[in-house]
Write a protein that binds this ligand. Structure first.
Ligand SMILES: Cc1cc2nc3c(=O)[nH]c(=O)nc-3n(C[C@H](O)[C@H](O)[C@H](O)COP(=O)(O)OP(=O)(O)OC[C@H]3O[C@@H](n4cnc5c(N)ncnc54)[C@H](O)[C@@H]3O)c2cc1C
Length: 399
């Protein structure tokens, strides 16, 4: 049976996220974007609203909502600005849900509980200066020294790098396997700010997500106790892919918020701007752009909702999540481009939000698996070259 209505809980989370975004961020986000300044107040207020603990069970400090509620929150946040949704994608999607699935009870108590309560902010670092799509091309390595690992390397293009307290780091632990590019030689580690040898920096001059923080992490022989390795040695790649399943889901859901923001802005402008004696909303070619936005919003939403439904049912959803991310981000970029077009020259200036939407939309075609990587994945599924196999740890069904 298919039910298209939302539960009271889901609607409540949507309202909470919408109110936070409108009340706390909408008025100032343009300035944050223009000055490329991350507003830490947003984190504090999102934590107070419980948004940083979405989909984490109450026994680990979270709100215990299901994964559809998380998607709805992402949609509402990205309606106002992509940088707000990125906070949820990274903190909840990439990091906390991964800890929830793969962490030991001790690790969940130590790392996840303060994250879900919003006392600590977390991120995931896979990408490096010389390797993004090609995860097996990373150079960061961790060698054992007694009961510790010593981590050395550099991570780059990491969301919240210069803000986060907790870092989930992917590194090679088997150098022979690294030479053969056998990703079963990678492991995952939990690190925290303040550790000797760990430093972070902010990347300046980004095209979009300028109100968000993106940065680099330097690991200069950081000593990490064995107890802070997530999963078994050799499970780092699987953990990274698992994390991306959750992060991509939030990106897909967020993209529909961006499409809706473009649609609303375009509808409003098209009704007041006149050319050739009538509002541009009456010109068929303008209507076509608006129709595409309206249609893409509905179809992309169905795609992420299906992925969320599978997550709620405790079923594997890598294929569906990848498709939702691929289509959602492509449609968001198209919607933002057309929203600028509808606004004419005014859309080309920062006077209207659509200029920011257009710059923000481009990033999602690159991060959490680029457009090309998701096309390759979808083709491989269709060609029977790829199938989702069971993994040791799965996302728990909402409690
Ligand atoms: C704003 C932002 C935030 C980010 N946040 C994070 C984060 O929090 N954590 C993290 O680990 N990383 C993060 N990233 C990094 C992101 O995941 C990588 O940029 C992404 O994986 C692409 O890697 P790359 O930039 O090295 O491009 P490359 O992998 O060098 O690719 C360059 C181009 O070649 C294409 N390409 C590559 N391989 C193939 C192929 N086999 N077939 C066809 N085309 C191909 C790509 O699609 C792309 O167009 C972020 C990036 C950005 C821009």
């Amino acid at each position: 049976m298919i039910d298209f209505s939302f539960s009271e809980d889901q609607l409540l989370v949507r309202k909470l996220a919408r109110e936070f975004a409108n009340r706390e961020a909408a008025a100032t986000i343009k300035e944050c974007d223009e000055t490329a300044c991350f507003n830490r107040d947003f984190l504090t207020k999102m934590a107070a609203a419980g948004l940083l603990g979405l989909s984490i069970p109450p026994r680990y400090g979270g709100t215990g909502n299901d994964y559809i509620a998380l998607g709805l929150a992402c949609e509402e946040l990205e309606y106002v600005d992509t940088s707000l949704r990125v906070i949820l994608s990274v903190h909840v999607g990439l990091n906390s849900l991964t800890l929830l699935a793969w962490g030991t009870e001790e690790q969940k108590q130590r790392w996840l509980v303060p994250q879900a309560k919003g006392e600590k902010v977390a991120t995931l670092a896979i990408t490096e200066p010389s390797a993004g799509s090609d995860v097996a091309g990373i150079q960061t390595h961790a060698h054992r020294d007694g009961t510790e690992y010593v981590l050395a390397g550099e991570k780059m293009w990491i969301s919240l790098a210069d803000i986060a307290d907790h870092f989930l780091i992917i590194a090679w632990t088997d150098i022979e396997k690294k030479k053969r590019r056998d990703h079963t030689g990678m492991s995952a580690f939990l690190l925290e700010r303040g550790m000797k040898g760990l430093s972070t920096a902010t990347i300046h001059g980004k095209l979009g997500v300028r109100a968000g923080n993106t940065g680099s992490i330097a690991l200069d022989d950081v000593r990490v106790p064995e107890a802070d390795r997530l999963g078994f040695e050799g499970e780092g790649f699987k953990i990274a892919m698992f994390a991306l399943d959750q992060g991509r889901y939030t990106v897909a859901a967020g993209s529909t918020g961006l499409i809706r923001a473009c649609l609303d802005a375009s509808v409003e402008y098209a009704q007041v701007r006149t050319t050739f004696g009538k509002p541009i909303a009456e010109h068929q070619l303008v209507k076509e752009m608006i129709a595409d936005m309206a249609g893409d919003y509905e179809t992309c939403r169905l795609l992420w909702l299906k992925a969320g439904w599978l997550k709620n049912a405790g079923r594997r959803n890598t294929r569906e999540t990848s498709l939702a991310k691929l289509y959602g981000c492509a449609a968001a970029e198209k919607a933002a481009s057309n929203a600028v077009q509808v606004h004419g020259a005014y859309g080309f200036s920062s006077e209207y939000n659509v200029e920011r939407f257009y710059r923000n939309a481009k990033g999602a075609q690159i991060y959490e698996g680029s457009r090309e990587i998701h096309k390759l994945l979808q083709a491989d599924y269709a060609l029977g070259l790829r199938a989702d196999k069971p993994v040791r740890c799965t996302l728990p069904r909402p409690e």
